[in-house]
Design a protein around this ligand. Structure first.
Ligand SMILES: [Zn+2]
Length: 275
């Protein structure tokens, strides 16, 4: 049964992706399948703008207009420059972020960033505890309800914190900027016991969370980052709308900007639900 569930999730993802390819076939059945698959897409990405939340010490997102209007050539032309830290808004943490010698953004294989996924929902537990740590016990409890997490799964942790975005005071615990604000950070994260278990016992592909960091706001040793990074497991942070997903039976496509030597980068991440 478990194998069947795992297989059906792969088939759902494969179907959706194949259907997108089918859009070019011109066959009406395939076109209907494509339309159906596209309705199953969920954008898990926050927009990048002047309200996008960054670590208190990190450079925020700025968009500078270069051109916007009609040119002397008779055509319209728009272009901007943008600047931002790698780590802010919906983004990827590459393994090297906290693990020397591990993969940089451009080195992460695509197969790590695309595939079957599950959502572990701890939003009820985290609601009253902004320092909540997702534990191995939470992950085991999820498995008792939903079956074993297959190897090579992308595990998304839902704390419900996206409901506070983009209010920094509520989302990370402080709207202040700079080093002095760091001790005031409060938001849920993944406990080290949970990170170790996901790596050692479930050989996960990647881990994502709907808060500003995979380590909770009060962390000073960033152990979950270090454990995941050491195993070349990339992390997705500041995810949005995980509440729109089933607990299992869907796939994730997470494509960061391919920064050579990057320790992370802005991320466009979507889920592909079963049609
Ligand atoms: Zn990060």
């Amino acid at each position: 049964m478990r194998r069947l569930l795992a297989l059906s999730a792969c088939v759902a993802a494969g179907f959706a992706l194949a259907s997108i390819g089918g859009a070019f076939a011109g066959d009406s059945t395939r076109e209907r399948a494509t339309a159906s698959a596209l309705r199953g897409l969920v954008d898990l990405t926050h927009p990048f703008n002047e309200r996008t939340i960054y670590w208190p010490t990190a450079k925020e997102f700025t968009l500078t207009q270069v051109a916007h209007g009609h040119t002397e050539g008779g055509y319209f032309y728009a272009a901007n420059n943008f600047e931002a830290a790698e780590h802010g808004g919906t983004h990827l943490d590459s393994p090297i972020h906290f693990a020397e010698g591990r993969q940089t953004t451009d080195e992460i294989p695509l197969r790590r960033l695309v595939g079957r996924a599950v959502v572990v929902d701890v939003s009820a537990e985290a609601l009253d505890n902004r320092d909540y740590l997702v534990s191995r016990a939470d992950l085991r409890a999820w498995e008792r309800q939903n079956g074993r997490i297959p190897r090579r799964t992308i595990v998304l942790l839902r704390t419900g914190w996206d409901r506070y975005w983009p209010n920094a005071e509520r989302y990370v615990g402080t709207a202040e900027r700079g080093q002095d604000a760091v001790p005031n950070l409060h938001f849920p994260g993944l406990g080290a016991d949970g990170a170790r278990w996901l790596v050692r016992r479930r050989a996960v592909k990647a881990v994502g969370i709907d808060t500003a960091s995979i380590d909770y706001g009060q962390s000073t040793d960033f152990l979950s980052h270090r454990i995941l990074g050491a195993a070349n497991v990339p992390v997705f942070e500041n995810l949005n709308r995980l509440g729109r997903l089933p607990e299992r039976g869907f796939a994730v496509v997470a494509l960061p900007m391919k920064i050579d030597g990057g320790s992370g980068g802005p991320l466009r991440i979507i889920a592909v639900r079963r049609p």
